[in-house]
Design a protein around this ligand. Structure first.
Ligand code: ATP
Ligand code: MG
Length: 240
């Protein structure tokens, strides 16, 4: 039975989709069955980041609107994908998607629902379907505050298992003076730390090509450590 995670941040552009693509890929390498679900209606990106945009025909909106069956909607890849609808419909509710997610849960080890920026419809849909939450922030205080807001919203809905990933972290002294350190990020968001991913341009290129950034890069190593923690391994925290 799958562990079902929503991945959210509050602020946009924090690296949620890059994280979902990366962690899904690493869990598949570890032999897990993973379904990534893009909840960014109108602005989908996971198909590109997982390198399967060409084979993306149907999406979960088509499933809800009975334009395809479940087998057609799931795009098979290393990690499988349910793409986000291209256009919004009032039919797209968390309750309706949850019915399908719950039935997919029997076939997967992990399901990640990639929420869009903000705490609007897509966030609501992702949280309705999920039982756990991973929030992302960068060390930017504005970003950490909005991430804290996402945590509060999730707690109001009764989600108790919430973990924090700090992305685009830099240890350069000049940067450290201006941005939050790890402790401040944890305090501001109110969530326990799952991992820290360094700022790494190679990750940007990997999200464009849909391929892994390169096994030995610090950012990939950070994502690998997070994947191992998700599977219950005790892995020390490293901040490069
Ligand atoms: N650790 C990192 N280092 C450098 N660039 C990164 C890192 N993580 C993500 N990026 C880049 O930041 C940009 C935004 O990432 P992404 O689209 O994953 O963010 P998002 O939170 O999903 O955005 P949105 O809120 O719009 O859905 C992308 O160009 C991505 O490649
Ligand atoms: Mg995104």
């Amino acid at each position: 039975m799958a562990e079902i995670y929503a991945v959210a941040s509050g602020k946009g552009g924090v690296g949620k989709s890059t994280f979902v693509a990366g962690v899904s890929r690493e869990l598949v390498i570890k032999g897990k069955k993973v379904l990534a679900v893009d909840c960014d209606i109108g602005l989908r990106s996971l198909d590109l980041m997982l390198g399967c945009s060409e084979s993306t025909v149907f999406d979960w909106g088509d499933l809800i609107l009975c334009r395809c069956d479940a087998e057609q909607a799931v795009i098979k890849g290393d990690a499988d994908l349910l793409a986000a609808p291209r256009e919004y419909s009032s039919e797209f509710t968390g309750e309706k998607l949850k019915k399908y997610i719950d039935s997919f849960a029997k076939e997967y080890d992990y399901i990640f629902l990639d929420a869009p920026a903000g705490i609007g419809t897509g966030f609501d849909i992702a949280l309705t379907c999920a039982e756990k939450l991973i929030v992302l922030t960068t060390p930017d205080p504005v970003c950490a505050r909005s991430c804290g807001r996402a945590v509060t919203e999730a707690e109001k809905r009764g989600i108790e298992d919430i973990k924090l990933v700090i992305n685009m972290f830099e240890v350069k002294p000049a940067v450290k003076q201006k941005l939050f350190n790890l402790d401040r990020c944890i305090d501001e968001t109110g969530a326990p730390l799952l991992g820290v991913i360094p700022l790494d341009r190679a990750l940007t290129f990997s999200s464009v090509t849909g391929e892994e950034a390169g096994e030995f890069l610090p950012s990939t190593q950070a994502i690998i450590r997070i994947s191992r923690r998700l599977t219950g391994e005790r892995v020390p925290l490293v901040c490069e």
